[in-house]
Design a protein around this ligand. Structure first.
Ligand code: G3H
Ligand code: 13P
Ligand code: NA
Ligand code: ZN
Length: 308
């Protein structure tokens, strides 16, 4: 069966590595990720956003993830990414997810506590774990402004009260990452001092890093070379992610790198094979590119190979 993140996070925390949480939207993405994890014997979190559920129809993604589970025999957690309400979380819990995120980070502190606590009570009664969030990541739409400066970092003085009042199983924090392919204007910088303070206040508590794609330059170049237009795309450098993985960070969220691998590979394929029109012709190399990219993450960034 699908597993929760409980044991995964305990082992990751102890072992100084992190589990990759990859966003999934269709069969090829799921297959690319799980084939890499299977070859490397890595535990996996496959996460589904509200947008992904709207795109694919929830039942399709759930069944595809169940197929991946049967195919690989790996410990796989099916997680709701950025749950926006109690109702969305409940729907996923009722539908067989083993983990949900309730993202109340945009709410006033007391309201974030209230909605998170409500989700935790419903989830824990059904053996499901919950991720909460404190602090706000800069959004893609904020990129025109000074993105990192505009986001509000997690305030360490709030984390103890939040964790103890809500009962959450893990906590996403804002230390300078952001979603999407344009994370930094100049020098990439993460506030590891905030992470350290949070870890001192909540020793042993699993921390989650969102917006953690490295926006792999090879794929950005491929996109720009074959007709795309993504000047200035920049992500979190791998050495910073490795440093995070060695710390209390137990879950590293990756979506943009999957999108870039898929898009770059498909653009290249069409440029080189303009008469192809069978979706298998271009989705096969895209799936393979995802597999290679995820394998690299597992071995060289997350350190979770052979931890299944
Ligand atoms: O955090 C956002 C993830 O990249 C999911 O994006 O809401 O467009 O599916 P999405
Ligand atoms: P990226 O946009 O950096 O891949 O972040 C994904 C994420 O945080 C999903 O919740
Ligand atoms: Na870790
Ligand atoms: Zn996120």
């Amino acid at each position: 069966p699908l597993v929760t993140t409980k044991e995964m996070f305990e082992k990751a925390y102890e072992g100084g590595y992190a589990i990759g949480a990859f966003n999934v939207n269709n069969m090829e993405i799921i297959q690319g990720i799980t084939e890499a994890a299977k070859e490397l014997n890595a535990p996996l979190i496959l996460q589904v956003s509200k947008g992904a559920r709207n795109y694919a129809n929830p039942i399709y993604l759930t069944k595809l993830v169940e197929a991946a589970l049967e195919d690989t025999g790996l410990p796989i957690c099916l997680h709701l990414d950025h749950g926006d309400s109690f109702e969305t979380c409940k729907s996923c819990i009722d539908g067989g997810f083993t983990s949900v995120m309730i993202d109340g980070s945009h709410l006033p502190f007391e309201e974030n506590i209230a909605v998170t606590k409500r989700v935790v009570e419903y989830a824990h009664d059904r053996g499901v774990v919950v991720e909460g969030e404190l602090g706000r990541l800069a959004g893609v739409e904020d990129e025109i402004k000074v993105s990192a400066e505009d986001s509000s970092y997690t305030r360490p003085e709030e984390v103890y009260e939040f964790a103890s009042k809500t009962g959450v199983d893990s906590l996403a924090i804002a230390i300078g990452t952001s979603h999407g392919a344009f994370k930094f204007k100049g020098e990439p910088k993460l506030r590891f001092d905030i992470l350290e303070k949070v870890t001192e206040i909540l020793p042993g508590f699993p921390i989650v890093l969102h917006g953690a794609s490295s926006v792999i330059p090879e794929f950005v170049e491929m996109i720009n070379k074959y007709g795309g237009d993504m000047p200035g795309a920049q992500g979190v450098p791998e050495e910073l992610l490795r440093k995070a993985a060695e710390s209390a960070v137990c879950k590293i969220n990756i979506d943009s790198d999957l999108r870039l691998a898929m898009t770059g590979t498909i653009r290249k394929h069409f440029a080189e094979h303009p008469s192809d029109f069978d979706p298998r012709q271009y989705l096969k190399p895209a799936r393979e590119a995802i597999k290679q990219m995820v394998a690299h993450k597992i071995v060289d960034v997350l350190g979770c190979d052979n931890k299944a």
